[in-house]
Design a protein around this ligand. Structure first.
Ligand code: FMN
Length: 199
């Protein structure tokens, strides 16, 4: 399957990476996710890989869509954005080169806290999109689920400083993949309205 075919179906390329075990695929996904790019290389995120059944069950009860999918997932990835800007300041000071720190501090001076958090959330979606594509190309079956109760997730996962914003339920083997089960061609807005060429 080529990349376009993968995206057309968003079905798993089961012929791919037969050599890797499911656990190895998850480790590969973690490494790729760790390398996700972000604006100014801020990396304002945390990715939680949940395998534990009873934790998944609690999270399923705190999700407004696809609870069963979460229960059945081999791994649920929770994508979280930084919520505590004071503690993130310490991360910035520790991890970012001085030039980028100055740039960030400058941006902070004229940007409201809520706009900063929106900016950070966008970065998490970039990483999410990389995880989705990687999971498909590794032959796994991902289901995106955005409709969750973040406050409940924070409680269940004992999170501090970060806030969950969306999840990806990963199945290693399933006949009931979210994208496959719809079993119908993609419906999208008109190509020419969305892809604009200036030649
Ligand atoms: C970031 C993101 C979040 C999503 N969250 C949900 C969700 O909470 N519930 C749901 O039923 N589908 C969710 N979806 C699935 C979309 O509804 C689906 O990708 C879209 O309808 C296109 O489906 P198709 O690619 O099968 O045509 C999400 C998709 C993305 C990319």
């Amino acid at each position: 399957m080529n990349q376009l075919e993968l995206n057309q179906t968003l079905q798993s390329n089961s012929k791919n990476d037969k050599s890797l075990t499911p656990d190895e695929k998850i480790e590969e996904l973690k490494r790729i996710l760790h390398l996700a790019p972000s604006s100014m290389n801020m990396q304002p995120w945390q990715f939680t890989f949940v395998k534990n059944k009873s934790v998944k069950h609690k999270l399923a009860l705190s999700s407004l869509d696809h609870a069963e999918k979460i229960n059945q997932a081999d791994v649920l990835i929770v994508f979280s954005v930084v919520e505590n800007l004071d503690s993130f300041q310490l991360v910035i000071e520790k991890e970012l080169p001085e030039g980028l720190q100055d740039l960030y501090n400058n941006i902070k001076n004229f940007t409201s806290e809520s706009d900063l958090k929106i900016w950070f959330s966008k970065q998490v979606y970039i990483a999410f999109s990389i995880a989705l594509g990687t999971a498909v190309s590794l032959g796994m079956h991902p289901t995106p689920i955005e409709n969750i109760k973040p406050e409940k997730y924070i409680e269940i996962l004992n999170m501090v400083d970060y806030k969950p914003i969306l999840t990806l339920a990963i199945n290693f083997e399933t006949e009931n993949d979210f994208f496959e089960s719809t079993n119908k061609p993609k419906t999208r807005r008109c190509f020419e309205d969305v892809i604009i060429n200036i030649n």
